[in-house]
Design a protein. Structure first.
Length: 121
């Protein structure tokens, strides 16, 4: 498996799930009025967001971003085989990219990509 293919997969995951997801969350929180919402949990989240300062809103978005990164990382560690799904290690998922084995490197490559993005800010 080429490093370029694994790197482009990491980049695509980051851009699609993390960056696009954050834009969606930010847009929803900034534009939705709590009286438009019927779900009680969502209504509480919007009311909370609307009460906090602009600085705290930035912090909240960073928390959401880190949660997304951690979740993707955990999923990739399961797919890579470095984190078993059960104590017996009876389920062994495998991900192929363009019919090629990922060699258990996806989690590391994703976290490296995230780190590079953070360093470039």
């Amino acid at each position: 498996m080429t490093e370029e293919l694994k790197g482009s997969f990491s980049q695509a995951l980051y851009e699609l799930v993390v960056k696009d997801g954050l834009e969606i969350y930010h847009g929803i929180y900034e534009t939705t009025e709590s009286d438009e919402v019927t779900d009680p949990h969502y209504k509480k989240a919007l009311n909370f967001y609307n009460r906090i300062s602009a600085e705290d809103k930035v912090v909240l978005m960073k928390i959401i971003e880190q949660t997304m990164v951690d979740t993707i990382s955990s999923m990739l560690s399961i797919i890579d085989g470095s984190t078993p799904l059960d104590d017996e290690d009876s389920v062994k998922p495998k991900l192929l990219l363009n019919s090629m084995h990922t060699e258990g490197e996806l989690q590391d490559l994703f976290l490296e990509y995230v780190e590079e993005q953070e360093e470039s800010i």
